[in-house]
Design a protein around this ligand. Structure first.
Ligand code: BG6
Length: 475
């Protein structure tokens, strides 16, 4: 079926909001947030009364910032619409602030109040922490002390906190961060961003699983032999040494994106498709992912570093992994003993994120494989065995292929960050990680982090653009 005629997705109707971006001149903001906000404004998806307040230590006007940001690099035309750009500039103010100076938070409070009185409405306030995670805790405390966790009209306009991963660097620091945050903001005010959850193809896993009854009855250990989730990138760390060096691939990608995707692939059907029930189902599943036992870390994990990484981060002794792979199991009746492989790496030969579900086949025969192509070439394919034409009884492996590009040619889907911003403004938590999910995924990888910190003789090195890492895996 060609779905080109499908009705356009319902467009959000949002309330007035002030989006306060801490770290507006940083990499994340320039790469994702500002272009997404521009596109939302251009497509008229935000309320007219949406204002951006950018916090930075430096000195820069909104015009300078927008001029220096590649706002439309992803667009075909590669050129911005001047009117929309002008509108965005007019709606943005920049405030110079020292993140650890309390007086500056009082000034911020005043500025937000001024915007509201000028606009004559109460506005949702969103604090987007696009700053190094090491300063989350002091910033959250200072927001609290300055009374910034309030809005002008209780019950209607809402104050929300948006945080970027990593949520902590370990299980214990994640627990601390969650405790500090809980002290200031209620869980429903906190939006922990995992932009992979907002990717259209990841959301489609839920629809595919629960709207196609033919697969639901096959979704268990009796029919599925293994699950593999890979996220490979062609790019390296792209100058983000300060961000990446304390993290590494296991914390950066597996703790968040890949374990979240795994939960969506394996959770039970939620009682209802509401944010609350989806999270309950995910949480129940994540509690059953077995933390890798300390004495199995050698056998169930692999880590590597691309050549040239140490020069990039200026640390000849760095043991930070830019490639990581783990094998885990889910200890519940549905998934007992099904091996699950999660791997991710930077500076590899291609950009490819996919989920592969391998069904049991007859001994020695090819298998049915279901593949969710998260990116690029987004789609879903199912390998089927069919007869090759001719006199002989030969079997052929053929793919039934659904491709976004083919089926939804004229139906552009929102970028993940556009979706994240819209959902946070309208207060929809479905695509954000709860504190319990965050802690559950730290629990899974913590033994590996502990064991890796004791030794590094297992760290292997690979060439930039390597193709054979996955194939050489023995896990
Ligand atoms: C981020 C990671 O969460 O995702 C980065 O911190 C990574 O290291 C990025 O490059 C990849 O996102 P995407 O959407 O480009 O695949």
């Amino acid at each position: 079926m060609n779905a080109q005629a499908a009705p356009k997705a319902q467009e959000p109707k949002l309330e007035p909001a002030i989006i306060v971006i801490f770290g507006i001149t940083g990499d994340l903001s320039r790469r994702y947030l500002l272009p997404s906000l521009y596109h939302l404004m251009k497509d008229n998806l935000l309320h007219d009364k949406t204002r951006i307040v950018g916090i930075t230590r430096g000195n820069m006007s909104p015009k300078e910032l927008l001029d220096q940001t590649k706002m439309c690099g992803q667009d075909n035309e590669n050129v911005c619409d001047p009117k929309a750009l002008q509108q965005m500039q007019a709606n943005t103010t920049i405030m110079h602030m020292d993140l650890i100076n309390q007086a500056d938070y009082i000034e911020l409070h005043k500025q937000l109040d001024d915007i509201e009185s000028k606009e004559g409405v109460c506005m949702n306030r969103l604090y987007y922490l696009s700053i190094p995670p090491q300063v989350y805790t002091p910033v959250i405390r200072l927001l609290d002390e300055a009374g910034l966790n309030t809005s002008c009209q209780h019950g209607r306009a809402m104050t929300r906190l948006l945080v970027e991963k990593p949520f902590g660097f370990s299980l214990s620091s994640a627990e601390e961060l969650i405790a500090t945050t809980e002290h200031v903001f209620r869980e429903e005010q906190v939006f922990r961003i995992d932009h992979y959850l907002a990717k259209e193809t990841v959301q489609n896993i839920l629809t595919f699983r629960f709207r196609n009854p033919i697969f639901e009855s096959l979704w268990d250990r009796h029919h599925i032999a293994s699950i593999t989730i890979n996220a490979y990138q062609k790019i390296g760390i792209e100058g983000r040494a300060v961000f990446y060096e304390p993290l590494g691939a296991l914390r950066d990608f597996i703790q968040s994106h890949l374990l979240q995707i795994l939960a969506i692939v394996t959770m039970d059907r939620p009682k209802e498709f509401t944010s609350e029930q989806i999270h309950l189902s995910k949480q129940a599943l994540m509690r059953h992912i077995e933390p890798i036992p300390a004495d199995q870390v050698g056998k169930r994990t692999r880590r590597g570093q691309y050549e040239g990484y140490r020069e990039e981060v200026n640390n000849q002794h760095s043991t930070t992994e830019t490639y990581a792979e783990i094998k885990v199991f889910i200890n519940n009746s549905r998934w007992q003993n099904v091996p699950i492989y999660l791997s991710t790496g930077k500076a590899l030969s291609e950009r490819k994120t996919e989920v592969c579900i391998d069904f049991y086949g007859k001994e020695g025969e090819m298998m049915n494989r279901l593949r969710f192509r998260i990116q690029p070439n987004e789609g879903i394919e199912l390998d089927l065995l069919t007869k090759r034409p001719g006199f002989r009884d030969e079997v052929n492996q053929t793919a039934m292929d659904f491709s976004y590009q083919h089926d939804f040619e004229n139906h552009g889907h929102p970028d993940a960050y556009e979706r994240v911003l819209v959902d946070a403004v309208r207060g929809d938590h479905t695509l954000f990680a709860t504190s319990e999910e965050v802690l559950a995924s730290w629990r899974v990888i913590q033994p590996a982090l502990d064991e890796w910190s004791k030794r590094n003789d297992d760290l292997f090195f690979y060439e930039r653009g390597a193709t054979d890492i996955e194939a050489s895996s023995q896990l």
